[in-house]
Design a binder for this molecule. Structure first.
Ligand code: HDD
Length: 714
């Protein structure tokens, strides 16, 4: 048997064909029962007389209702709320020095992918804008089998060992007695758990930062989190960390904004992703890897197997190796987004696991959860989960089996089937686990090298700009402010004091309590080698104190594109059409979209007598759903002064540090509406109508995303 791993460069078509087999299109078709019987009346059940009782005989009614009764499947225990898209991955340069994985070797191969983004804590119908980690799960349909990179938008995790995962999730989910709050960590059980688990402190810094409030799913980084292994064809191993870098940059919204978006449009992220793809603005990420030779395993200030630690890019740079493009929305949410089953254990030759104890536990959990969620070990046969590689084995039967396996042989070894299917040798593409030497005692313990819980929390905090640090303090003040048990708040202040004393003092002030004195190093409960199962956390000095790659704002202008951004044009009857047109065209040229908002839908007439179509009325539009605001000129614009919705719009835009442009009479509206506005350089104006230089300055400003400096003035 020859390994045919590098033969078919056009795999996207193969996956498409696979999905097409099951796609149904009712256009020009009769309505039928599940058995193909044409239905004559889909409105009335079968009755004994027009006013009589329904008859049990009505198999059409019973089939329809039975199906409906069983429409729901259990939602995911975590990451229930998600949105997904199809696309492909293309390699820039071969990685064969490090890995023999075919899709990372041959730049001619375009590998189809299906990517599902999610929040962690909320239910399937919860809001997109919850403060939460975002799941970033990528299924690569490679020619050697499916590879799932099941990551998050944060490079570390709360806990070090899978044994604590159910505890963590029980703590963050709505409290069991009254099932509140939904999709929120701001409650007692979460912070009770956190305050007793110092190992969570690094992740807590990330989750309290604006990383937990992405502007768009298209504008967040992704991380494989764990250390994995790359294995090359000489069977040499390198440790590897996976990164996804968004082409649109990494951006967030403000917390007040997030809460308001949740009310105005709880599908904000889902809609944004869907519309971007529908309009041909395909989101893109570059895949980066940090590669660490085996020999360097113990060279760092932390343990590579500890998932609460990241490898600073300053120590091991990220090498960009390829690009992922999402270019097709799912046809059916349930069939694809809901039924997709990811699993960190879906790997291909050339990729292998490390002994990270969190990863090791995940390797059990994901198949197990699909059994209860999708109901059968045959979930791999659902079209979205099917591999495009040939699949043959002796697994048989079970609920809803679709494969019709021919022949009498379903065992190995066999002679009746000529020994088929064969085992593959390694040079035929057969998978063999990395031959790692293990010589150890069987113990329930955690390595001493996992005991430093604060130094990378400090590293993250110290790497943030002042604005970002302020946001972390505000988030902690909000979350702990919602906690009702005083002892939990105090314990949290104790933990925070090992990260940063000024941060602790700010949060303590907001909570109206004193920072506890004589704080003992908190014990990691149930962890470690001493007789009582406790381990005193250490605080190992890191070789670097700050890393720019960890700050969103320090990198905000790396990609200063405004592509796909939505800019609100506050208009009214009698607006100046030239003013609107000049700005709209300039934004369009830069890839952004102008949305015309006016007191009513339909059209408005400009002061030049031209009709301008209206996209949204002030009743529907809200500043939090836009990236920036433009108030054009025109005599009629002055009327906006009298609209309360316009005041709210401008005030919110101002308070959320958005860039605001105004022209001619638009300036008057701005000055009138922002009560305490001090003109700052986030407000860009021009007295002349249709001023091209205004659009140039506005576009440049929008590329900075937000004028966060304004916060100090609020
Ligand atoms: Fe998990 C889903 C990411 C730790 C158990 N996880 C799930 C999804 C993502 C992650 C993105 C959603 C996949 C989808 O869209 O369908 N999980 C992570 C990351 C982790 C992590 C980055 C740590 C680094 N997870 C983790 C642990 C366990 C689980 C330690 C259990 C021991 N995760 C699950 C699960 C889920 C899941 C219960 C729920 C739905 C599913 O698997 O398919 O098995």
């Amino acid at each position: 048997m020859k390994n045919s791993k590098k033969t078919n460069p056009d795999l996207s078509d193969a996956k498409q064909r696979d999905l097409d087999v099951n796609r149904s299109n009712a256009e020009n078709q009769f309505l039928t029962t599940d058995q193909g019987l044409k239905i004559n009346d889909n409105n009335n059940s079968l009755k004994a007389g027009e006013r009589g009782p329904s008859l049990l005989e009505d198999f059409i009614l019973r089939e329809k209702i039975t199906n409906f009764d069983h429409e729901r499947i259990p939602e995911r225990i975590v990451h229930a709320r998600g949105s997904a898209a199809h696309g492909h991955f293309e390699l820039y340069k071969t990685m064969e020095k490090y890995t023999k994985a075919g899709f990372l070797n041959d730049i001619k191969i375009k590998t189809p992918v299906f990517v599902r983004f999610s929040t962690v804590a909320g239910s399937r119908g919860s809001t997109d804008l919850a403060r939460d980690v975002r799941g970033f799960a990528v299924k690569f349909y490679t020619q050697e089998g499916n590879f799932d990179l099941v990551g998050n938008n944060v490079p570390v995790f709360f806990i070090q060992d899978a044994m604590k995962f159910p505890d963590l999730i029980h703590a963050v989910k709505p409290e069991p007695h009254h099932e509140m709050p939904q999709a929120a960590s701001a409650h007692d059980t979460f912070w009770d758990f956190i305050s007793l688990m110092p190992e969570t402190m690094h992740m807590i810094m990330w989750v309290m930062s604006d990383r937990a409030l992405p502007r768009s799913l298209r504008m967040m980084e992704g991380f494989g989190v764990h250390t994995f292994r790359f294995i090359n064809d000489k069977n040499e191993s390198h440790f590897v960390k996976f990164h996804w870098k968004p082409k649109l940059g990494t951006h967030a919204v403000a917390w007040d904004e997030a809460q308001k978006i949740s009310g105005k449009n709880s599908d904000f992220h889902r809609q944004d992703l869907w519309e971007a793809i529908e309009s041909g603005n395909f989101p893109e990420w570059e895949l980066g890897v940090q590669i660490i030779p085996e020999a360097d395993e113990h060279k760092f200030d932390f343990d590579l197997l500890d998932p609460t630690k990241l490898v600073p890019e300053d120590l091991v740079p990220v090498t960009i190796v390829g690009k992922m493009v999402l270019n097709k929305n799912p046809d059916n949410f349930f069939a694809e987004t809901e039924q997709v089953a990811f699993h960190p254990g879906h790997i291909v030759p050339g990729i292998d696991f490390s002994n990270d104890p969190l990863l090791q536990g995940r390797l059990f959990s994901y198949t197990d959860t699909q059994l209860s969620r999708l109901g059968s070990p045959n979930f791999h046969e659902i079209p979205i989960n099917r591999t495009v590689a040939p699949m043959h084995n002796n697994q048989r039967d079970g609920h809803m089996r679709q494969e019709i396996a021919v022949g009498r042989v379903s065992y190995h070894p066999n002679s009746l089937g000529n020994g088929c299917p064969f085992q593959a040798k390694i040079d035929e593409g057969g998978f063999a686990s990395f031959n790692e030497r293990i010589d150890a005692h069987k113990v329930r313990a955690r390595s001493e090298s996992f005991s430093d819980h604060f130094s990378q929390a400090k590293l993250f905090y110290n790497s943030q700009t002042q604005v970002e640090q302020d946001h972390i303090a505000n988030a902690l003040s909000f979350e702990l402010g919602k906690v009702e048990t005083p002892a939990i708040r105090e314990r949290m202040l104790g933990l925070l004091s090992f990260v940063d004393s000024a941060l602790t003092a700010t949060v303590a002030k907001a909570l109206g309590i004193k920072v506890p004195v004589d704080i003992q190093k908190p014990i990691n409960h149930g962890v470690g080698a001493d007789d009582e199962g406790k381990q005193e956390p250490t605080d190992k000095k890191q070789s670097i104190e700050s890393s720019d790659a960890l700050s969103m704002l320090k990198n905000a202008t790396i990609s200063n594109t405004i592509a796909t951004r939505q800019i609100a044009f506050l208009c009214a009857e009698g607006v100046n059409a030239a003013s609107v047109k000049t700005m709209k065209q300039a934004l369009k040229n830069a890839g952004a979209k102008a949305i015309i908002i006016a007191p009513h839908l339909g059209t408005i007439v400009s002061e030049e007598g031209l009709e301008i179509p209206v996209d949204q009325s002030y009743r529907i539009a809200s500043s939090v759903l836009f990236d920036g605001v433009f108030i054009p000129g025109g005599k009629g614009i002055i009327a906006l002064k009298d609209l309360k919705e316009v005041r709210e719009f401008i005030n919110d835009s101002y308070n959320h540090c958005k860039f605001i442009a105004a022209e001619a009479q638009g300036i008057k509206v701005l000055e009138d509406k922002i009560e305490k506005v001090k003109k700052d350089s986030g407000i860009i104006t021009s007295e002349s109508v249709g001023d091209k230089s205004l659009s140039v300055s506005f576009i440049k400003a929008l590329g900075r995303h937000r004028f966060w400096e304004r916060e100090k003035m609020l």
